[in-house]
Design a protein around this ligand. Structure first.
Ligand code: PLP
Length: 284
């Protein structure tokens, strides 16, 4: 990332839900893109009401608004990759299918968001069915966690072997590449399958309270690395390293499930306080 400060950053479109607590959804995506020196733009599919303790309400955005927003952002002609997250319902999923059909060569990551860890459904049954039937096969890679992979395949998944079987089944169902994430395991182990190559990636399980929005952040980091021109496997490896470090550097923002520190890389440089600019006295 040797871009000078004025060099144009790749633009990435995220389509998903807004989490006002900033840990998941669009807010997490935009911070993750920024952390990768990419520029994020967003089309919102749903407004959620949530804090670290869970989701208390969900208001889907009318799909005509989602569509108009996607069309408007694309009209600027700079989008280099897309990340798709929470869809809320079938109408928004249909907008995404249309978008993917007209932008088939764009690097694309689908995080098949089904339910929050606190137990709220983030897509309705018709939306999930549409996602399974029409979206899995239209993106470059999907990144289900264990529960999402189980819901999509109908398989029971409790260990790494069952994650591998689910990844294989998702490929048979039409996915081009799959990462089944296993943050629930003793070691955070992800199963990667791109159709031919099957690999497992292992990381330490750090700070188990800081897992709110990990799926959103991981998939966004993959999209950012693809937008920067990296190959899929490398993008996945780098995204996992980024998520692990963002968890390690996380701090508390509330009493519940806590967010990652998406911008930890910026905090490695000296803090603003060390470089306080001299503010000129007002001239009267
Ligand atoms: N809110 C939004 C908008 C999301 O997209 C997601 C997950 O993808 C969540 C909430 C749930 O996040 P978690 O289960 O990590 O709390």
């Amino acid at each position: 990332m040797n871009q000078s400060s004025n060099a144009p950053a790749p633009v990435i479109l995220t389509i998903g839900g807004f989490d006002p607590s900033g840990g998941a959804g669009i807010a997490a995506d935009l911070k993750t893109f920024a952390a990768h020196n990419c520029y994020g733009v967003a089309a919102i599919t749903a407004m959620t009401v949530q804090n670290t303790q869970g989701v208390s309400a969900l208001f889907p955005v009318d799909s005509s608004v989602t569509k108009e927003c996607v069309t408007c952002l694309l009209a600027d002609g700079r989008v280099k990759a897309v990340k798709i997250g929470m869809l809320a319902n079938r109408a928004n999923a249909e907008v995404v299918r249309e978008f993917l059909d007209s932008n088939a060569s764009l690097p694309s990551v689908l995080d098949p968001v089904i339910r929050s860890s606190s137990g709220t459904n983030l897509v309705d049954a018709a939306g999930l069915e549409f996602l399974r039937e029409h979206l899995l096969s239209r993106v470059q890679v999907i990144t289900p966690n264990r529960d999402e992979a189980a819901a999509l395949t109908g398989l029971k998944i409790e260990n790494i072997e069952e994650m591998k079987t689910a990844a294989q089944k998702l490929i048979e169902m039409g996915a081009r590449a799959v990462v089944v994430t296993g943050g629930h395991l003793d070691k955070a182990t992800d199963v990667y399958l791109d159709g031919t190559e099957l690999q497992t990636f292992v990381a330490d399980r750090v700070k188990p309270d800081h897992t709110h929005g990990t799926g959103c952040t991981f998939s966004s980091a993959i999209a950012a690395n693809l937008a920067l021109g990296r190959q899929l496997r490398d993008a996945v490896v780098l995204a996992k390293a980024y998520v692990t470090e963002a968890i390690r550097k996380a701090y508390s923002t509330g009493p519940g499930r806590l967010p990652l520190n998406h911008l930890y890389r910026m905090q490695q440089t000296p803090r603003l306080a060390d470089h306080t600019p001299v503010i000129p006295e007002p001239v009267h």
